[in-house]
Design a protein around this ligand. Structure first.
Ligand code: R2B
Ligand code: URA
Length: 308
């Protein structure tokens, strides 16, 4: 591949390049039911339906991935229309396919991300997709950045500052590495344009399992620390190179890494946590900011597909 990774074993045999440790069991599932996506391998031909997918773009909400799908239609010069929610019958997530781009919502937090990532990665496997690239576009709390700044993650750390996503398997905690593709992060950052009118930076992202105490807020229902404790902690994070805090980057990075999939985490900062906790930008501004990661990722994909 472009990053010098050896993708030949998959490519040469015409198999998907994703690496699953559970292939033996999956092969015996007839059909394999992707429960939360409302899909199964008996009533759908995954190769026919998804075989041409090259990019999977994930975001927290159904609305955000629909809006990305619509943008992608325009940016790939595809005829406009109303994208169909392929995962509708699962009643959990939304999924839209626009040419080579699969747009999938992942909900909020690690448990929600984990369930859908298992199923999307199996979908990629069943569809025989070669070298897919995964993106997560979302929101975050910034550290010492101007609100509205886009942060592309160089690293994802968990709430204990480990470069790991913890999964408890048979009662035992396992740590899965959250290594992201550094080259892809830089390539995506290159698609930021000064004329866009916002900053795009590379930085470390801390991923927590809770929005309030988990991110040291003092605006939740509970907080047994002082404002001073909070600022000291956030300063410490900032000094370690952490630029933003979200709730999905670590499982997203870990699942893609484990499956041998290149991925990038691209989030706008909705506030500067060194200045406050409450998100008080107006709705229109937040909506505007939420389009910024979309803009950069869609530009990257358009460039790959149609050239400069
Ligand atoms: C950012 O925004 C959401 C929390 O408000 C969560 O999905 C995240 O990572
Ligand atoms: N998402 C988060 O996880 N934290 C924030 O502060 C804002 C958005």
């Amino acid at each position: 591949g472009m990053d010098g990774r050896d993708t030949c074993p998959g490519k040469c045999s015409g198999q998907s390049t994703v690496r699953l440790s559970n292939v033996k069991n999956i092969k015996n599932l007839k059909p394999d039911v992707l429960y939360h996506l409302g899909l199964d391998t008996a009533s759908m031909d995954f190769r026919k339906e998804f075989g041409d997918v090259k990019y999977v773009v994930m975001g927290s909400t159904d609305e955000s991935v629909l809006s990305f799908a619509k943008r992608m239609m325009k940016d790939l010069d595809l005829p406009s229309g109303n994208p169909v929610n392929i995962a509708k019958s699962g009643n959990r997530y939304a999924m839209y396919k626009v040419g080579p781009v699969l747009c999938v919502s992942h909900g909020m937090g690690a448990p929600s991300v984990s369930a859908v990532m298992n199923e999307v990665i199996k979908l990629v496997y069943h569809a025989n997709i070669q070298d897919p690239i995964f993106f997560r576009i979302g929101a975050s709390g910034g550290l010492n950045v101007k609100p509205g700044t886009v942060v592309i993650s160089e690293q994802a750390l968990d709430g204990q500052l480990r470069s790991a996503h913890e999964v408890v398997v048979r009662g035992k905690a396992e740590q899965r590495p959250t290594t992201l593709d550094a080259q892809l992060a830089r390539e995506v950052a290159d698609f930021a344009r000064p004329e866009d009118g916002f900053q795009t930076v590379l930085g470390k992202t801390m991923c927590t399992n809770d929005f309030y105490e988990g991110q040291t807020r003092t605006d939740g229902a509970f907080a047994d620390y002082t404002d001073n404790d909070k600022i000291n902690y956030l300063q410490k994070l900032k000094n370690q190179g952490i630029t933003n805090i979200d709730m999905e980057s670590a499982p997203f990075a870990a699942f893609t890494k484990q499956a041998n999939i290149r991925s990038a985490n691209v989030c706008v900062a909705n506030l500067d946590r060194l200045k406050g906790d409450n998100i008080n930008a107006d709705k229109e501004e937040l909506e505007n900011w939420s389009r910024r990661p979309q803009r950069i990722v869609s530009r990257y994909i358009r460039n790959q597909e149609l050239g400069p």
